[in-house]
Design a protein around this ligand. Structure first.
Ligand code: ASP
Length: 461
């Protein structure tokens, strides 16, 4: 078993160690063969000479072969130090070399940061792409951030609850991914666009404070920074008002940045608040970039955007702007129930924005059957359709439902911003391409005739 990581050798000069990893690079200098051994924590220079063990085998080594070495960590002579890598003050004198696996020549270069490699090649050879230091760092940093948030939220009395992936369509504005049912011909599950209804039902169930790192699925035409599946940090709280939810979220965001991304500087605390109307008037966007110094890559200008209109006009009717389950602002509750002044009703929605990116949004919810029904009536739904689509929510809300509200953060996007990455694909282990394909697994793919039959499906193209 691997006991020592490469990074630990930094402080191990004069001591024996056993290392496992990949050949990142081999340089043959006649008598001396230099091998950079890489594991997920970094690289160390191994120096083979005719006097060390493994000299003959070292000549055979090629990039990405997997090896085990045992030997001595040595302080490098002053003039041989490499300040560019954390282990640059030491090198390794091997006493044993074992080749654990050979490797084909990598299809993409792995020693660069990878930005110069074509996106399709990076996706096709993603398991290789992930070996590069930048991506290894991103994946590990994402883990550390998630671990921290889980701890902080647990301290705030939240519990993580998993909700189903096979579910029913929710009207959240995007197209659903659907899964045909084998047992019920002609029926389909939908993959969740978000756990919105389940998390509200958890509030009905008395959970009081829920969170989840939730996978969400939206079948949209993929635009630059979108993925068919992505991760939300999803939360819901009972017995709260808008201020309460915003306060907890602001505290957790600040804590996350300070603890896990200490190089980052938050421009203004508490986060400034701006109304939708003011944002549109001043910045012509509801995602304003408030950075005072846009050249500072470590500056984070968070703000909250509030007071959005609840409804927007469609051809001949109304639809919700954000979330049909939201409550109106308390001062507009009577208009909402009566179906009056629709254009003027403001919602309790709050969005959190950083450097011009929306990284989260949520609202206080309609928690009475009457309030939820009013929203769908304003949208022109008949009582029958409301019952068919949302009867389960109305029935649940009639069973003793606490006032509640929540939010979801776009976890991939937040990680991309905190890790200075231009695209969420850089912080997702196995993303899809811009046109929603997985070039490594070759999906989507056809089903066999037998599978289609079993699912009661006929394909017409
Ligand atoms: N479910 C919402 C969304 O996905 C977030 C929320 O209101 O909690 O945008």
């Amino acid at each position: 078993m691997k006991e020592t990581s490469v990074i630990q050798t930094r402080d191990m000069a004069g001591r024996e160690a056993e290392l496992f990893g990949w050949v990142a690079n081999r340089r043959d200098h006649g008598k001396l063969v230099f091998v950079d051994l890489r594991d997920r924590t970094g690289i160390i220079q191994v120096v083979f000479s005719p006097k060390t063990a493994g000299y003959d085998d070292a000549q055979k080594l090629r990039d990405e072969w997997v090896i085990r070495i045992k030997g001595l960590v040595k302080e490098r002579p002053e003039k041989m130090r490499n300040p560019d890598i954390p282990t640059g003050n030491v090198e390794f004198e091997p006493h044993e070399l074992e080749i654990l696996a050979e490797a084909t020549t990598p299809q993409i270069p792995l020693q660069t940061d990878g930005y110069e490699v074509g996106e399709d090649a990076r996706q096709e050879w993603r398991y290789l792409d992930l070996r590069r230091a930048r991506l290894a760092r991103n994946i590990a940093a994402r883990h550390t951030a998630a671990l921290h948030v889980r701890t902080v939220l647990s301290h705030h009395d939240f519990i993580e609850v998993e909700t189903p992936i096979l579910t029913k369509s929710t009207p959240e504005g995007a197209r659903d991914y659907v899964v045909p049912s084998r047992l019920y011909a002609g029926k389909f599950f939908a993959l969740p666009q978000s756990p919105q209804q389940y998390k509200q039902l958890l509030m009905v169930a008395g959970v009081e404070r829920y969170f989840q790192f939730a996978r969400c699925f939206r079948d949209e035409d993929t635009r630059g920074d979108r993925q068919p599946e992505f991760t939300q940090l999803d939360m819901e709280m009972s017995f709260v008002n808008r201020e309460d939810v915003m306060a907890v979220n602001e505290a957790v965001l600040i804590d996350l940045v300070k603890t896990c991304f200490p190089d980052k500087r938050i421009q203004e605390i508490p986060f400034p608040r701006i109304s939708y109307a003011e944002a549109m008037e001043k910045y012509q966007t509801d995602r304003p970039d408030l950075r005072k110094d846009p050249d500072d890559k470590d500056l984070l200008a968070f703000c909250w955007v509030v007071d959005f209109p609840f409804f927007e006009k469609t051809d001949g009717g109304w639809t919700f702007t954000h979330n049909p389950f939201s409550a109106p602002k308390p001062e507009h509750a009577a208009w909402h129930l009566a179906g009056e002044h629709t254009a003027d009703i403001l919602t309790t929605q709050y969005d959190v924005v950083v450097n011009g990116w929306e990284i989260g949004g949520g609202s206080i919810r309609a928690h009475t059957p009457a309030a939820l029904r009013a929203t769908f009536r304003t949208m022109g739904f008949t009582d029958e359709r409301i019952e068919t689509n949302f009867g389960h929510m109305l029935t649940a809300f009639a069973s003793g439902t606490p006032p509640h509200g929540g939010i979801a953060w776009g976890w991939d996007r937040l990680m991309a911003i905190l890790l200075n990455e231009p695209n969420i694909r850089e912080v997702i282990a196995f993303p899809k391409t811009g046109d929603a394909r997985d070039l490594m697994m070759h999906s989507p793919s056809e089903l066999s005739a037998a599978q289609l039959r079993e699912l009661h499906l006929k394909v017409e193209t």
